[in-house]
Design a protein around this ligand. Sequence first.
Ligand code: MTE
Length: 326
Amino acid sequence: MRVKSKRGWEIPESQATPESVYANRRAVLRAMGLGAMALAAEAPFATAFAADAPAPDPSAKLYPFKRNNQYKLDRPITDAKYSTDYNNFYEFSTDKELVELAQALPIRPWTIAVDGMVEKPFRIGIDDLLAKMAAYREERLYRHRCVEAWSMAVPWSGFALKEFVALAKPLSGATYLKMVTFMNPDVAPGQSEPLYPWPYVEGLTMAEATNELAFLVTGMYGKPVPKQDGAPLRLAVPWKYGFKSVKSIVKFTFTDKQPRTFWEDLQESEYGFWANVNPAVPHPRWSQATERVIGTDERVPTLMWNGYGDHVAHLYDHLQGERLFA
Ligand code: MTE
């Protein structure tokens, strides 16, 4: 049995989950007479899946990847015991403690589809993709800033998204990349909640996707990325709020239309397409000026572009009319 001790930086779900979503979800569930039952139903799942022995990850032998020292942190790396135990992964739970629930996700075989405006659509297994990316595999130290105003510093392993884009061979007319998470309510109890616009979708412009900072993650702390952190393939775009960093991706679609994202669908007034970090632009319900550093008692000032302006600020010079920071 897992024993939970509350840490100083933890906040209740009612504060961390976007409040209107949280309140609305419970109101609707109550109206349906499902509230307590639907929410309590998550507990037996945890027990059932914790008993299953995890299958060995065939990619484990590839790690650690060589660190690219170009990406430096201004703070210590967050201890893995915090960053792999305090997660947002709504497919499994709106609670931060979802490690056991996430273990139900089967990650082999894991096939990734590439379609839309590409020379030739194709599908590729995660281990074949790791082999094709052998020359580009590396570790990067990135800050990770959630829209809920907490942050971590994480050693991600993976490869630059631009190398994956090159492999996909998009047509010149493609201007956006849409990324989609798996859909499997049998293992992800959250996906049975009809109030959420499943599957989780995120998107980048092609200029963002081919920026050197955009990173596809397959590992963390020198090992395959844990399921709760988005195994076997997730995004890391550290100049944006964490919700842009879509987990457990199964499909990449190249398109000339701006994708409608999960959070826009849910609450467009609060969560937009761009979601670039800016301490001067508050969320409608809280300040973004500072952030709680997970695993410590510290609260530190948030940096413009989360500190990555030299890499990305120029991408937005011609987009000043857009809602760039929500
Ligand atoms: N991706 C999917 N598929 N589902 C999610 O609920 N949550 C997002 C993002 N990616 C989410 C997701 C949010 S809000 C954040 S802050 C980060 O994942 C959290 O990543 P972490 O749990 O590895 O810290």
